[in-house]
Design a protein around this ligand. Structure first.
Ligand code: 2BA
Length: 109
């Protein structure tokens, strides 16, 4: 048994979850946020047999888009004092960040 953690963009979360459900996978959705952008994202937990892990990752990949997201940076102070002039910088976010871990024991009681 494996547990797949998939961190996806909030806008893709629903589509990924629906496609996983449609293909017979159980999913738990957690509301999360990234430490760098401090923006909301979606973490999906999928418990599956190890033979099915690739199928899960394929579905996550097929429904997750990569996006450019703006962040604010600051230029060095100009000579006129301690004014900082913000300018837009973009980072590439996603498609999805996936972790797969071994599950020692799985029970529904
Ligand atoms: P965030 O931490 O908000 O990161 C958003 C995007 O900012 C990242 O996209 C990456 O392009 C950039 N970024 C992150 N840390 C950076 C840094 N120290 N310097 C420069 N740029 C940085 P992704 O790599 O696609 O990650 C999307 C989200 O997936 C992350 O949101 C975080 O919530 C999660 N994530 C990614 N890698 C992770 C890891 N190794 N462990 C735990 N969570 C991870």
């Amino acid at each position: 048994m494996r547990l797949v953690f998939a961190i996806v963009n909030d806008e893709d979360g629903r589509k990924v979850m629906d496609e996983l459900n449609k293909n017979g996978f159980s999913v738990t959705k957690l509301c999360s946020s990234g430490g760098f952008l401090k923006a909301g994202n979606t973490t999906l937990l999928v418990g599956v047999e190890k033979e099915k892990v690739d199928e899960v990752i394929q579905i996550v990949e097929s429904k997750s888009k990569s996006r450019k997201q703006p962040i604010n940076s600051s230029m060095m102070p100009n000579g006129m004092g301690s004014m900082f002039v913000p300018y837009p910088v973009e980072v590439n976010v996603g498609g999805a960040t996936v972790f797969v871990i071994d599950v020692e024991r799985f029970e529904k009681v």
